[in-house]
Ligand binder design. Structure first.
Ligand code: CA
Length: 219
């Protein structure tokens, strides 16, 4: 079993690495958020132990980003903070378990083994509406068996609409869920992207409901 430990406190990182190696795990260590994110994406690990307070990118942001990219590596978060609020934050952002520092190594090991037994969190299933299919894990879209290439934003828009198949989704809702809050978006950006999407997936499945929004349904 290969583990990734992301921890900026060198002494703690070393202690974890040695302890886990002594238990028979292969262990890599990253000392900041961006390095941890990069390794987690490409490293083929069985689980990750992730500190919350990290330079560069917090543990919350790392796990949120991984989940957004459909990386379903089991994550055990570590934090010096305690209290229900932080724990909820950690689990909300996609971590699988949470341990508050200071913790005993025996407890960490038990939690880690439980996590590894459970395996990767369940991937979202392939979505389909009529002959249109979208695989969130593989990031693939096809219609009638023909592969369709979408940009990341078009993909996110289509995924959101497919998850709400048959219901009218307003532009505001799409802006909230598909575009980052921080992004300065022009009001017509949704219309523009709906236009791009229609050109690729076909006009017949994505209907404009005048004054209300859009509805995706089987043609
Ligand atoms: Ca830290």
């Amino acid at each position: 079993m290969r583990l990734l430990v992301v921890e900026d406190e060198a002494r703690m990182a070393r202690a974890l690495q040695r302890g886990l190696q002594a238990e028979g795990f292969a262990v890599d260590v990253a000392a900041d958020g961006p390095a941890g994110l990069d390794l987690a994406r490409h490293g083929g690990y069985d689980a990750m132990i992730l500190d919350v307070m990290l330079p560069g990118l917090s543990g919350y942001r790392v796990v949120r980003q991984l989940r957004a990219e459909d990386v379903w590596l089991p994550v055990l978060m570590l934090s010096a903070k305690d209290g229900e609020y932080d724990q909820a934050d950690g689990l909300d952002c996609g971590a699988d378990d949470y341990l508050t520092k200071p913790f005993s190594f025996v407890v960490l090991l038990a939690r880690l083994r439980a996590l590894l037994r459970r395996g990767a969190p369940s991937r979202p299933a392939v979505l389909s509406v009529g002959d249109l299919t979208l695989d969130p894990a593989q990031r693939r879209v096809s219609r009638g068996g023909e592969e369709i290439t979408l940009t990341a934003r078009e993909f996110a828009l289509l995924e959101y609409l497919m998850r709400r198949e048959g219901t009218v989704v307003s532009k505001t809702e799409l802006l909230d869920h598909v575009w980052d809050a921080a992004m300065d978006t022009a009001p017509n950006v949704v219309e523009v992207y709906v236009g791009y999407l229609r050109r690729k997936i076909g006009r017949d499945v994505l209907e404009t409901v005048r004054g209300a929004g859009y509805r995706l349904s089987a043609a």
